[in-house]
Design a protein. Structure first.
Length: 256
């Protein structure tokens, strides 16, 4: 009798373990699929993710190989590339209407700031996200329906780099890499209503655009004055001054 009870207990323990493992892999794949499905709908560009690993017990997790593509017409392979991102959330909130994320940290992201002095890849993506977060009437009607909301207590971007690429004949072959100032956002969606994934994406991308633009503007100004950038490093030799009137084409002014 004791042996039978032990066997039953052993089987139950194995079933619990297998069930927990199954839920773990199902949740990871569901998160990955969600990001790759809804990401392009929000940004209007490709969004790829290598893997997601989330512990239901601790609420900690990692996202690896996150890549946001570029809008049509831009030449560089991607706009944003993140090798590793860590997160911590409240596991019980996964069952509620608002998922509470304690922290998200993007580690050493590679940001590409590509421009022809008429448009900027990051600003184009931001415009798409702003539209998805409430710019269109149809979007507002969709968001009025019940759905998961988010609260992110802390969002950090650390150790990032900005790759500046200018698509102009006068600056052909020139590029530069500069440091992205660390970014920290707090209390996103702290209220009872929370925020949508599109609204979260908008706030994060606005911070990335602001930080990248500040650094890129300085680099492009140097290029226009004759400094030459090759293979992401500054060379000492000068080049001919850019075409007359180039400075009037300023993509960094906001449209009225």
């Amino acid at each position: 009798m004791k042996k039978i009870i032990r066997r039953i207990i052993l089987v139950l323990v194995l079933l619990i373990i297998l069930g927990a493992v199954g839920v773990h892999f199902f949740l990871d794949s569901a998160i990955k699929k969600g990001i790759e499905t809804f990401g392009p709908q929000i940004t209007k560009v490709s969004v790829k993710l290598d893997s997601v690993s989330l512990s239901l017990l601790s609420g900690s997790g990692k996202i690896q190989g996150f890549v946001v593509g570029n809008p049509e017409g831009f030449k560089t392979p991607s706009a944003i590339s993140v090798g590793t991102a860590s997160l911590a959330l409240q596991p019980k909130s996964l069952l509620s209407d608002k998922i509470v994320v304690k922290s998200i940290v993007l580690e050493a992201p590679e940001i590409t700031f590509e421009t022809d002095l008429k448009s900027v890849n990051l600003k184009k993506i931001l415009a798409n996200v702003e539209e998805a977060s409430g710019g269109a009437k149809e979007t507002k009607e969709k968001e009025a329906k019940p759905g998961k909301k988010l609260e992110v207590d802390e969002f950090k971007i650390i150790g990032g780099k900005v790759h500046v690429s200018v698509n102009l004949p006068a600056m052909a072959g020139q590029s530069a890499t500069v440091k992205l100032p660390d970014i920290q956002l707090s209390d996103l969606g702290k209220g009872s209503d929370g925020i949508t994934p599109a609204e979260l994406s908008k706030q994060v991308l606005q911070a990335i655009v602001q930080g990248s633009e500040k650094e890129a503007t300085s680099v492009i100004s140097d290029m226009a004055k004759g400094a030459k950038y090759i293979s992401k490093e500054i060379a000492t030799n000068a080049v001919d001054k850019v075409t007359k009137g180039l400075g009037d084409l300023n993509p960094f002014k906001k449209k009225q």
